[in-house]
Design a protein around this ligand. Sequence first.
Ligand code: PEP
Ligand code: MG
Length: 770
Amino acid sequence: MAEAQANASSMLAMLRTISQEVNAARDLPAALAIIVRRVRAAMKSHVCSVYLYNEETDRYVLRATEGLNKRAVGKVSMEPGEGLVGLVGSRGETLTLEDAMSHPRFLYFPETGEERYASFLGTPIIHHRKVLGVLVVQQKERRQFDEGDEAFLITMSAQLSGVIAHAEATGSIRGLDKKRGKGIQEARFTGVPGAPGVALGTAVVVLPPADLEVVPDKATDNIADELILLDRALSAVREEVRLLSSRLAKRLRPQEQALFDVYLMLLDDNALAGDVRRQIKAGQWAQGALRQVVEKHLQRFERMADDYLSERAADIKDLGRRLLSHIQQAHQQTLVYPDNTILVSEELSPAMLGEVPPGKLAALVAVEGTRNSHTAILARAMGIPTVVGAQDLPYTRLDGIELIIDGYHGDIYTNPGPLLREQYEQVIQEEQQISRELDSLRQLPCVTPDGHQITLWANTGLAADIPRAQQRGAEGVGLYRSEVAFMNTARFPSESEQVQQYREQLAAFHPLPVTMRTLDVGGDKPLSYFPIKEENPYLGWRGIRISLDHPEIFSVQLRAMIKASAGLDNLRILLPMISGIHELEDAQYHIHRAWRELCDEGLQVKLPPVGIMIEVPSAVYQAHDLARMADFISVGSNDLTQYLLAVDRNNARVAALYDYLHPAVLAALQQIVSAAHDCNRPVSICGEMAGDPLAAVLLMAMGFDSLSMNATHLPRIKWLLRQMPMQHARQLLQQTMQMDSPYLVHSTLVLELESMGLDKALNPGASVQI
Ligand code: PEP
Ligand code: MG
C-alpha cells in the first residue's frame, strides 16, 4: 500500500517535471525533444518517439525520437490506418503489443532501424477531440507493458496534448514573421466575444512591466541600438547592486555579503551579459535576447540537485527582471501605434486604451478577462470589436503581425491569407454600408409588415452608452448595468454620487423608460474594493444575494435610484439573479422602505415599477409565481443559457457548447413569456441573444414585448423585423420548436433569411467560410 502510494507520488512528480520542462520549451521541436527523452527515461524503455499528424499530406510523420535513427525524423511517415502508428492514430486508442512484429499491421521502415524492437506501446495524442499525433515507446526484448505503463503514457499524452497544440500554433505564427514573409499560414484562435464588430489590423502587444516570461521574440534591424540599451541597463543594474550591497553592509555577515559579488559576476560578459550580447548580434531585440538567455540559465540551474546552485536560479531571475525593467523604460517612449492598431495583452486596462492616439484603435484582444470585465464594457460603449478570454493565444509572439478580430464570434485570425482577408474586408465594407443605410431607420418604429409592433431598447452602463443608444434609435433602456458605475471607483460610491450617475441616464432618455438593475456583482464581475474569493463564484454570492445580505449598501442604491427619478418618473427597478419568491419579497420590502423614507423626507416621487430578471432555472419553473408578484419580467438569457446548459459563458474551451438556440433554452423562453402574459405582465429580454438577428425573429414570435440589446445591433434588428411578417415568424418558431438540435435551428433560420433576401441582417462574419 505504502509502496503504491510512493509510486503514485513519484509518478506525479515526474509528470509535473516533464510538463513544466515542456511548457518552458521555446518551440515545438524543443518540446518534442524533451518529451521523447524524458518519457523514455521515465518508462525505462529503449525507444520513445512522437509522430505528428500533418493535415496537408494526411500522414503521421516521425517528428522526434530517442532510440530510433534520428535521420529518419521528418522522413518516415504513414497514412492513418497504415502500420501500428497509423492504426493507433486512426482508432484513437492505445495499443499494447508484446510481439509487435507478429501483428498483421506491423510495417517495417528500414530507415528507423526499428526491427530490433520487439514490444510496442502507442497512445494517441488528442486535443479537443482531434488526434494530433501518436506517442510511442518500444522495447528491444519482449516486454509485457502493464496497465501502469499504459496509464502513465496516456496521462503523459493527455497532459502534453495542450502543450503540443499550443506549440504547433506558436510555431506556425513564428514562421510567419512579417519580415520573413513567405509561406504564410493563417491560424485561428478562439476566445469569448467581448464587444461586437470586425476589424483587420496590426497587433501591438502591451506587456505588463518587467515580466520576463511574457517578453515576445522580435527581430531587430537595429542591432547597435539594442546593444546600447543592454549596456545602459547593465551599468544601471551594476550600480543598483553596489548600492544595495553598501546599504546592507552593516547588517550582513561577510559570507552573505559575498552574494552581491555573485550578482556582479553574473552580470559579467563571461556570464549572462555575454550570452545576451550574442543573441542580440544574431538579430534578436534586447528584451527577447535577455528572456532567452535567462530562461536557458534558469532551466540549467533549476535542474541541479544542489540546493545552493538551484538557489542561484532565483538570483538570475531577479537580475533578469531588473535588467528588463531598465530596458523597458528606455523602450516605453518608442511604442508606436500603427493605423488600425489591435491592442493585445494578457489583461487590458482602460488606461491602455487611453494611450492609443484617437482614430488608431481598431480592436482589442485580452488573454484573460471576461465579457463583463471592465475593459470589455468600455469597449462595447466605444464600439471597438473585442475578444476576451483567448487563453490559448500565444500573445507574446504576435507583435507586429496582422490580425483579424471577429468580436461577434470571439475569433482571432493571425496572418490572414488573401482569401480570408478579402472575405473580412468585404464584411467590414458591408457593415459600413449597412450602418449608413440603417441611419434612415432611426426615427421609425419597429413594426412588422403585418402590423405587429415590438419595442427595441438599449443596454447601457457607461455615460458613453447614452449617445450611442440615442443615435441608434433606442426607445428606452431595457438594462442599465448599475455595477459599471461601481467598478469605476475605489470604494462604494456615495448616495449623492450614485444619484448623479442615475439621473444622467434617466434624464437623457426621459420620457422613455430606463430600467435600472440593482448591483449585480460577484461571478465574473469583481469590485476591487469588495473582493470575493469563492471556489465556485457563479453558484456563489452574486447579484441580489449580496444586496440582500448587505442592506446598508442596497438601501443606499435604492434611495439613490428613486431620488434620481424625482420629477422624471421613468425609472423601472430590475432585480438580478432572483432564484425564488423570498428574494423578491425581501427586495420589495427594501424598495418600499427606501421609497417611504424618501417620501417622509419630503421628496415627491412615485414608487417605481419593480421587475425581476429570470436568469436562473428555478425562476423559469416559478415564473408564474414570480410574475404575479412583480411588475414586469426581463430575461437575462446570458446567464440563463449558462445555467440551463451548465456551460461557463466565459470559458473559451466550452464556447461551442454555449448556444442560446439550444432547444432547451428556447423551450424555457417560451414558458417564461406564457407565464408573464398569463399574469398580464410585460416581458422583455436583455441578454446578447436579443441582438442576434436569428434569435430576434424567434423572440418576437414567442411574444416578447421588447428586446433590449447592445446599441450596435439595434438598427440591424429593426431593419430585419420591419421586413419579417409576424405571421411568418410564428410559422418559423413553430417549425424550430419541433427541432431537437441547436445546429438544425441555426441552419433553418439562416436558410429562411437567405430565401427571404434578408440575410444582409446576419451578423457579419456569420457567412464567412473558413
Ligand atoms: C444576462 O445574464 O443575460 C444579463 C443581461 O446580465 P449580465 O450579462 O450582466 O449578467
Ligand atoms: Mg446576468
